[in-house]
Design a protein around this ligand. Sequence first.
Ligand SMILES: Nc1ncnc2c1ncn2[C@@H]1O[C@H](COP(=O)(O)OP(=O)(O)OP(=O)(O)O)[C@@H](O)[C@H]1O
Ligand SMILES: [Mg+2]
Length: 364
Amino acid sequence: MFDLECENIIKRFGAFTAVDGVSLEIPSGSFFSILGPSGCGKTTLMRMIAGFETPNRGDIRLKGKSVVNTPPNKRNVKMVFQHLALFPMMNVGENIAYGLRCRGENKTEITAKVAAMLDRISMPGVQEKQISQLSGGQKQRIAIARCMVLNPDVLLLDEPLGALDLKLREHMKIELKQLQGRFDTTFLYITHDQSEALVMSDNVAVMNAGRFEQIGAPETLYHAPKTAFVAGFVGDSNRWNGIAMMADGDHARVVVADGLEMVVPIGGARPEVGGQVEVFVRPEAMQILAQDADISTAGMNTIEGTVDSLLFNGAASRVLVRTATGLLIEIVHRMDAGQVRVKPGDAVKVGWTHGAGLCFGEGG
Ligand SMILES: Nc1ncnc2c1ncn2[C@@H]1O[C@H](COP(=O)(O)OP(=O)(O)OP(=O)(O)O)[C@@H](O)[C@H]1O
Ligand SMILES: [Mg+2]
C-alpha cells in the first residue's frame, strides 16, 4: 500500500513545462526525498500534491484514492514551507492548537494533544513561550509539530532547513530523521542539498529540469548512478571530459583532455568509440601510492603529479594533486600515522582500480 502515488504528472506555466511527466510511489511510513537544483520543479510538484496547483495531466493518489479534484483542505496532507510560517502573534501552544481549533475539536482534547505533541518533539512545557523566544531549530520543530498534530497521511517538507546555519542544519538532519521514525508518518522532503537527502531518506528521486533522472536508495544513487547528471549531483567526484578509445563488455578505455589514459566501467549505454564521454571518480576511490613501495599496479589506473595542497579535515581529509598538464585531482587521504606521508611539492603517484569510477557517453 502506498501513502502517495503520482502518475505521469505534467505542469505547464504558459509555454514552459515546469514538471514534465513525473511518477512516484511512496510506501507507508517511509522518508522520501526529491533532490534537485534550484528551479527544477520541486516546489511546483509539492504544491500539486498539497492541492495549491492543478496538474495539466496525470493523477495524484493518497492512500490509493485520486485527489486531483479534491481541494487542499480536504486532502490529508500538511506542508512545512520553505520559509516557515509560524504565527508570531500566537504563543507556541496556540500555534500548535490552531489547526485543531479550526477543526472544531473541544478544548480539553486540544490541550492534551498539544502537550503530547510537545513531549514527542522533546520540548515539553513550552506552550506559553513566544515564537520570538525560540531558536531557529526550535521554530522548525514547532512548525513540524503544528502539522503532525493534525495526523496527516503525508507530511510535505519544502527545504525546511534552508534558513538555518550550517551547524544547526547538520544537527536537524539527524533530528528530523529520528522524528520521522518516531511518528511513523510518511515524509516527502525536498531539497537541493545532496547530503540532506542521502542522510535522511529511505529513497531519493533525483530531479533535473522537470523530470526524474533516477529514483533509488541513497547508496544506489551514490554507487550506481544511471546518468551523468546523477553521478555529478550526488556526492563528490573528480570529473573529466574524455574520448572513448575502446569499449567492450562493461569497461571503456578513455583518454581525458590531457592525454591521460584510463580504464573505467561504463555507466549508461555503451559509448561510441571516438565519442565524447564524461568520467567520474570518487575521491575516496583513489589512493596515493608510495613512490618507492614495490606494489603492483596491475588492474589499476595511475597518474603522476605533484601535491598541490593538503586539506585537513579529520577522517575526511583530502589531498589535491596537480598533474603535469594542470589537472587537479582530489583524493581522500587521512593524514595519520601509517599513511603515505605527503607535503606540498612532493612528486606522487595516484592510483585507483579499473573497477572504480564510471563513464557516460554523450546523451547517456
Ligand atoms: N506560478 C508560476 N508561474 C510561472 N512559472 C513558474 C511558477 N511557479 C514556478 N514557475 C517556474 O517553474 C520552475 C520551477 O519552479 P519551482 O519553484 O518548482 O523550483 P524549485 O525546484 O522548487 O526551486 P528552488 O530550489 O529554487 O526552490 C521555475 O523555472 C519557475 O520559474
Ligand atoms: Mg522550491
